[in-house]
Design a binder for this molecule. Structure first.
Ligand SMILES: C[C@H](N)C(=O)N[C@@H](Cc1c[nH]cn1)C(=O)O
Length: 494
């Protein structure tokens, strides 16, 4: 080929891709209402993975995902990943994992999209303005549990593939899906499934894309790190049944007093973790990280107002971002067995179980954290010389994940964001956890990118969770553009 014609050929290809993208984007705009209806159908299913009474809904949710992908002509499987053992010793079936494949052209890259369709619990009486399971559009925001985390992003990926199909355009890459139903409770059973399918489902996968997080501001972002999570139950048990506090109070050592006493030794009022060994394991913040955080646009006052607190633990941007993304923290979530209804019940609960978690960062190791926390709490408890018993269990041990932002996957992400939003993205980390991210990396050896489409104010896990129509629809276009950008990655350069 005459070398002088190369730039011309590249220009023609690039113009062709631009017009193809314009057509696909128009298709998405034209089908916006159908996409919203698809989300409505998914949000209506209370697929709460933490509530075993909702397990039938979760099974139905997985069936629905499989059905949608099957109708699109994908090669779909509902993979049985076994059973979950409950604290009572009982077992129940885990929701099946949906795998699907669109295209198997060996000359193309293969991208695997991971997502989840289980949700956190939500009740109207928690303070929701609308029924959490009835998708409600208020001023272009789609309210409902699981909209942002993670049903709309999963649908956006499916609709991206659907757009190519509807316009009879070849997918630029082969696309696989792996959709699970236990992410919110630690992805039980998924590690084993990934290990089992490493040389089958994953053998031809080149890259894994995850869209289970949010932007930091109104600027689109690419995410290169997540914190892990170690989730603990601390159970204190005493009398053989609940007691009248007027009759027995002052004569028995109360389990709740013991529990509150030991919980209070986990973290200082200023946020310093008091468990020996935890802070020592944290990798120091490098100068490069400090500079990256410094360069990110982040409005501290806005963040403060959004959370509704009178003051934050840190007032400067770098400290705030660092403590949100790459330092560990202890959060106390609740106490099972404690009186929590309205009214003035005067009981002494016989058994109480605290639920708390510690977000994990490099170089912490969940196995070490389990021992540090258990030994520490047992030693603190022993000093109380209580006749009650303490049992500490770690129920989730998810490691942190970190990516190389120099990888071509991130260059492709930047190009796709530029095309759709005409801005350069923020490169951010996520304070939350995607339990399976590290397993994907360690077991499959594939490169991962996180490409969020959630808004910074979506209220994941919170009351009034939402996803804006804008993020949902432009997000779908972003995924369309991204598939095209990934196709341009030179196979030999990675
Ligand atoms: C970031 C993701 N959308 C999310 O919210 N993940 C959960 C997962 C989890 C962690 N421990 C138990 N489940 C989270 O970060 O809380």
């Amino acid at each position: 080929m005459n070398l002088q014609t190369v730039p011309f050929i590249l220009l023609v290809i690039s113009c062709g891709q631009a017009s193809q993208y314009t057509e696909l984007a128009q298709y998405v705009d034209d089908h916006q209402e159908e996409h919203v209806e698809a989300l409505r159908e998914w949000v209506a299913i209370e697929s709460d993975s933490s509530n075993i009474l909702r397990r039938p809904d979760l099974h139905r949710m997985m069936e629905l995902v499989a059905e949608k992908l099957r109708l699109m002509g994908g090669t779909v499987q509902l993979v049985d990943i076994g059973e979950q053992e409950l604290p009572s010793g009982q077992t129940i079936a885990l929701p099946k994992v949906v795998t699907a494949q669109f295209g198997s052209d060996p000359s193309k890259h293969t991208v695997c999209v991971y997502g989840h369709v289980d949700v956190q619990p939500a009740k109207l009486e928690d303070g929701w303005a609308t029924n959490p399971y009835n998708l409600t559009d208020i001023n272009g925001n789609l309210y409902g549990r699981g909209t942002s985390d993670n049903k709309a992003p999963v649908l956006a990926w499916i609709h991206a593939v659907q757009a190519y199909q509807a316009l009879s355009m070849d997918l630029p890459v082969n696309v696989k899906f792996l959709i699970e139903g236990m992410e919110e409770t630690g992805s039980n059973g998924l590690d084993a499934m990934i290990l089992a399918q490493r040389d089958t489902f994953f053998s031809d996968v080149d890259y894994i894309v995850i869209s289970d997080c949010g932007w930091l501001s109104r600027r689109p972002a690419l995410t290169y790190g997540t914190r892990g999570n170690c989730y603990f139950f601390a159970e204190v048990e005493g009398p053989k049944q609940d007691l009248h506090s007027g009759v027995y109070g002052g004569t028995v050592i109360e389990p709740m007093t013991d529990l509150i006493g030991i919980l209070d030794t986990l973290i200082s009022p200023s946020g310093k973790i008091l468990i020996p060994g935890i802070r020592e394991a944290v990798a120091p913040l490098s100068d490069e990280e400090w500079r990256m955080y410094q360069d990110i646009e982040f409005d501290v006052d806005n963040y403060k107002n959004k959370t509704g607190v009178s003051h934050l633990m840190y007032n400067n941007k770098v400290d705030l971002l660092a403590h949100r993304w790459r330092y560990p923290t202890v959060s106390i979530h609740g106490i099972e067995g404690a009186f929590s209804d309205s009214g003035t019940k005067t009981v002494i609960p016989a058994k109480v179980t605290a639920k708390f978690s510690i977000r994990q960062v490099p170089d912490m190791d969940p196995a070490a954290v389990k021992k540090q926390v258990t030994d520490y709490l047992q030693s603190v408890f022993a000093k109380r010389k209580s006749p009650n018993t303490l049992k500490v269990t770690m129920v989730i041990g998810a490691k942190p994940w970190l990516a190389d932002t120099k990888h071509p996957l991130y260059e492709a992400g930047k190009a796709a964001i530029k095309r759709v939003f005409n801005v350069d993205p923020d490169l951010i980390r996520e304070g939350g956890t995607i339990p399976i991210a590290r397993t994907f990396q360690d077991v499959t050896g594939k490169s991962i990118i996180m490409m969020p489409i959630g808004g910074f104010d979506d209220g994941m896990h919170s009351q009034n969770e939402k996803m804006s129509r804008y993020n949902y629809i432009e997000g779908t276009k972003l995924f369309i553009a991204y598939l095209n950008e990934v196709a341009q990655i030179n196979k030999t350069s990675v």
